[in-house]
Design a protein around this ligand. Sequence first.
Ligand code: OXD
Ligand code: MN
Length: 603
Amino acid sequence: MNSKLETLNRWVEEVAASTQPERIHWCDGSEAESDALVELMLKSGDLIELNPRTHPNCYLHRSHPSDVARVEHLTFICTENRDDAGPNNNWMAPADAHAKIDALFAGSMRGRTLYVIPYCMGPIDSPLARCGVEITDSPYVVANMRIMTRMGAAALARIEREGELREGSFVKGLHSIGELDPARRYIMHFPQDLTIKSIGSGYGGNALLGKKCHALRIASWQARGEGWLAEHMLIVGIQNPKGDIFYIAAAFPSACGKTNLAMLIPPESYRAAGWKMWTVGDDICWMTPAADGRLWAINPEAGYFGVAPGTSEKTNPNALAMLNHDAIFTNVALTGDGDPWWEGLPGTPAKDWQGRDVVLNSSGASSGPAAHPNSRFTVSARQCASWSPHAEDAHGVPISAIVFGGRREHLLPLVFEARDWTHGVLAGAAMGSETTAAATGAVGVLRRDSMAMKPFCGYNFADYFAHWLTFDQPAAALPKIFHVNWFRKGEDGKFLWPGFGDNLRVLEWIIGRCSGDEGAEETPIGNLPRTQDLNLAGLDLPHGKLEALLHVDIEGWLAEYESIGEYLASFGARMPAALLREHRRISALLAEAESETQPVGTP
Ligand code: OXD
Ligand code: MN
């Protein structure tokens, strides 16, 4: 088989001439193709069958121990002009990058099959969707792309249709596992040519090119040119007892519980009152202004590639329930019965993520994590009980609110509402998280991660903020922007807020602000709920905690704004003046508030 589209055939031929595969397979996405690939991988040891009684059609893949996560230091944005990539990216000149990586691709597929994977990011009939073709020599990548994207014949038909109208209408992604050598591993992006080249890793975002490489890095570049936004956001629908549904898009850096929030189950008192939550997406959101002035969003993905450890009955029962059939697990541990296991689940592991026997000490614990901390599940979005009936709508869902958040032990209140769009963009630009013990390096250090896009924005952050600001047009009916922090701690070092399902209490205030039904108090940093504005029915929050969660520490905020100012300045002259003005406006409000709290006569 090959394609009706000559440019596509030519590219596949060129790649084959350089990588020299033994055979070429064009993926049609069919059940029979998938069965044959699974068969092949079971034989080669790439997959291990899990307990078919408890987990039918579930498989375990163990990656190379040196290949277990995205590699940001080996990820490059290759634009002609270095400043177009910006200080937020690693940069290489396109000619140098092609030369470097093409040398590694030469002969890299010898003895292997070259798979051509046509895929569509977004509902197949959606005008907001965009297509790509990934060439890979990894059958594991094919199996994952089949779950994570709309892959196969229908995508190819769309690519051919669009390709006949316009040259260069699909993203070209070339991937080879190469030698799996970290010293010969690169993930290169050429946004000006809608091209990705990735070699030396078979893992997640390095290899499933539809996800971070296409749907965020390349798409963010495309979106700027075409007037939309490609964001690292979940999309969730909240249905109130009247039956109205409000959609919220939310950006959090990793390790802040994005998948959990996307699949939140309302607390008992809310369920009894008739509240429901719907999952549209857990990682990526593409938003486009429509004729009604609102931003409409699709989830470009068709599945979840979620972190397994910590996923439990308490943190995310919806996720747990969708994982007992038709799922691929990567680097999890195994029980003696051949069930997948990770830290946070009941029971005990027998084999760790590398297949080694787990030795338990006298108290029944293993010496280190049995599942890799970044072990994953890949599963179709449809298997989630809260999967939204509107997730496949071609025009997407209308977004009422955008929420930014991070992990901050101090200072950042439970929630605040930005005064307007410009203030909201500043809140997103300034957001960040304190590092946790899960990451290497010092714990508790604040890392700014604007809009949670630091590893994923395909161009200069200063230009990206300017692009965000362009949406503020007179006819626009933009979402309101909020910032949340589930992770504030009290003086006793304990979390002040229970989190998980109770986060709906904050989301209820957020949608109430959007519909004009909820009150707030104005402060220099934005509008905060007064204690009476949050619904705390059925929640036993000890006295003083809510006040602490909603406290605005003016002195602390003055220092925070000074640090935000330094961060904005680090992007140099491209930083939009409107954002700098907004920063000055709030700094002045804070200074004024501070002087009002000083007793008369103090210098
Ligand atoms: C992810 C990430 O895997 O953001 O989604 O790192
Ligand atoms: Mn992500």
